[in-house]
Design a protein around this ligand. Structure first.
Ligand SMILES: CC(=O)SCCNC(=O)CCNC(=O)[C@H](O)C(C)(C)COP(=O)(O)OP(=O)(O)OC[C@H]1O[C@@H](n2cnc3c(N)ncnc32)[C@H](O)[C@@H]1OP(=O)(O)O
Length: 213
């Protein structure tokens, strides 16, 4: 960041995930952090950060922030809120931890966050509003569509596709060239060796679908 103006970051969602994003924003040079959460005004703060308003307040004030990040874990809600705020003119730059490794040949979309120790290798594509969580590995030529979340320690081999709003659970592994559809869930620790159709939840090694109750 090079501007002389104070660099401000608004975060919607005073969650555990929001705390990680707040620290990451500070490490990236944002000087002021403004949380927003629908539990405001009852909720006034999170750790040492203040909560300044609810979603409606953020919509009213979104143009004044250097950057806005949605820290909502639910993938569908996160990308919906981001798209609405983008329509209202808010700026969504990607936020990448200084200790993540992102190839200069990779692309990271608006509002996506890349946590500490994550690796994103050449010609990988990460869409808008995605979470690439702590120590996740996104190998070369992967494609992660809008609103997807790759959890801590999950590893995607080369050329894997993860569809919109899908969630790859903590420590999961995905074989090269596998296509995971939209709205899928890959359970914690699963090993995915075959393509997954839209909307399925899979668990285990090799990963198989489970029926959601
Ligand atoms: C920074 C952060 O914290 S990021 C968050 C990281 N967290 C994760 O990655 C969690 C990912 N979530 C999971 O793995 C979940 O267990 C899910 C989404 C796969 C399933 O959750 P639910 O729908 O609540 O299923 P539920 O817990 O009722 O389990 C259903 C069945 O699947 C089994 N099961 C659930 N998860 C798994 C799993 N990861 N691996 C193997 N079996 C599993 C259960 O034992 C249960 O089996 P049973 O019917 O024989 O008893």
């Amino acid at each position: 960041m090079s501007s002389n103006e104070v660099q401000t970051c608004a975060i919607l969602g005073a969650s555990g995930h929001g705390k990680v994003i707040a620290e990451m924003a500070e490490l990236c040079g944002y000087e002021e952090i403004y949380f927003f959460d629908d539990r405001w005004p009852a909720l006034q703060g999170i750790e040492h950060w203040s909560v300044f308003g609810d979603t409606a307040s953020l919509f009213e004030s979104c143009l004044k922030f250097t950057n806005v990040v949605i820290a909502i874990g639910n993938n569908t809600i996160r990308i919906e809120k981001q798209r609405l705020l983008q329509s209202a003119g808010a700026n969504f730059s990607p936020l990448c931890h200084p200790k993540s490794h992102i190839s200069s040949y990779a692309k990271i979309g608006a509002g996506s966050v890349v946590m500490a120790n994550a690796v994103i290798n050449p010609f990988a594509y990460v869409g808008n509003g995605c979470i690439i969580n702590t120590s996740a590995v996104i190998e070369h030529d992967c494609s992660i569509e809008d609103g997807a979340h790759v959890s801590p320690g999950a590893m995607l081999a080369g050329g894997v596709c993860v569809g919109e709003t899908s969630w790859v659970g903590i420590g999961a592994q995905v074989k090269q060239l596998v296509k995971i559809g939209s709205r899928c869930v890959v359970g914690a620790g699963a090993t995915v060796v075959n393509d997954i159709s839209d909307g399925l939840t899979v668990v285990g090694t090799p990963a198989k679908p489970i029926v959601q109750g």
